[in-house]
Design a protein around this ligand. Structure first.
Ligand SMILES: C[S@@+](CC[C@H](N)C(=O)[O-])C[C@H]1O[C@@H](n2cnc3c(N)ncnc32)[C@H](O)[C@@H]1O
Length: 268
């Protein structure tokens, strides 16, 4: 069966509730003028429906999409993303941009990391202020691979991209090829598989709890003078992350806040 879709009028769901919805097993959210389109796999229908039931949102109708109209929907509603003064993120079917900015080609798929989400663009903005020339980077929870690919475009000499979802690994491999990244390698796995390696940079756009859980390992895996950038959590969760970071050799260097989402950059 194809993906499923629910349309919810914007008046019934605030930005903050949409931020919470991203914690659920969804495949994508499209913002329309008057409504949100929420896409998810059929096996996750019950848990997604329970989200709306808990919010007492009435008459939630689920539509099943065929593979064909899913693809058509994407192309029709899929604008290129311009991350302010940082990069232009294009799908293979978009015309090349005339902007003098790095162009990242991302084949739209189920993998997160098209650049449309605040956490991805916020991280790219933080990364833009850093020097990747001849340095190594770990993209933890790489999704589409967008962050790792950007670091190679900006000069990184060795990039390891890791995700525990096979769809993301396949999509990242495609995107690495599309961007002609020869210094990037992707593996299916999680922190356990790479704990013995060290990096100049670690970027991790996962959830609050996963980042909290990974901090101790990141502390060991980050080289001297290295930089750790994490996101995937809400502004209200920032303090919890900052409190835990004090246990390790991290000092806050920079941060972003966008529509309730936030990201933190630590140095040492
Ligand atoms: C929010 S997406 C970020 C994608 C991309 N890095 C970006 O910034 O747009 C989080 C990714 O982390 C992956 N992920 C979640 N938990 C993970 C874990 N424990 N180990 C490895 N990857 C994980 C998910 O499969 C997903 O692709």
């Amino acid at each position: 069966m194809g993906l499923q879709k629910i349309d919810i009028p914007k008046a019934l769901l605030s930005e903050i509730e949409i931020a919470y919805l991203w914690e659920y097993p969804i495949e994508g959210i499209e913002e329309k003028e008057k409504s949100w389109h929420i896409f998810f796999r059929p096996e996750n229908a019950e848990i997604i429906q329970s989200f709306f039931k808990n919010k007492s949102i009435p008459n939630v109708v689920t539509e099943t999409l065929t593979e064909q109209n899913w693809n058509a929907t994407w192309e029709e509603n899929y604008p290129p993303v311009l991350v302010n003064n940082v990069a232009h993120i294009l799908a293979p079917f978009h015309k090349k941009s005339t902007q003098i900015l790095p162009q990242i080609i991302i084949n739209p798929s189920m993998a997160f990391g098209t650049g449309h989400h605040e956490t991805t663009s916020g991280l790219l903005e933080l990364m833009n202020g850093l020097d990747f020339q001849n340095r190594t980077l770990l993209d933890m929870g790489c999704g589409s691979g967008v962050l790792g690919i950007f670091s190679e475009i900006k000069g990184a000499k060795e990039v390891l991209l890791v995700d525990n979802d096979q769809n993301c690994v396949e999509n990242t491999n495609q995107n690495i090829r599309l961007n002609k990244c020869h210094n990037s390698k992707v593996i299916l796995g999680t922190i356990e598989n790479i704990k013995d390696q060290k990096f100049d940079f670690i970027v991790s756009n996962i959830t609050k709890n996963v980042n909290l859980q990974f901090l101790a390992d990141f502390d060991i895996m980050l080289k001297e003078n290295g930089v750790l950038i994490i996101s995937g959590f809400l502004i209200e969760d920032k303090q919890e992350i900052l409190n835990k970071s004090k246990k390790y050799d991290f000092s806050l260097q920079n941060e972003f806040e966008k529509n309730n989402w936030c990201g933190l950059q630590f140095g040492r």
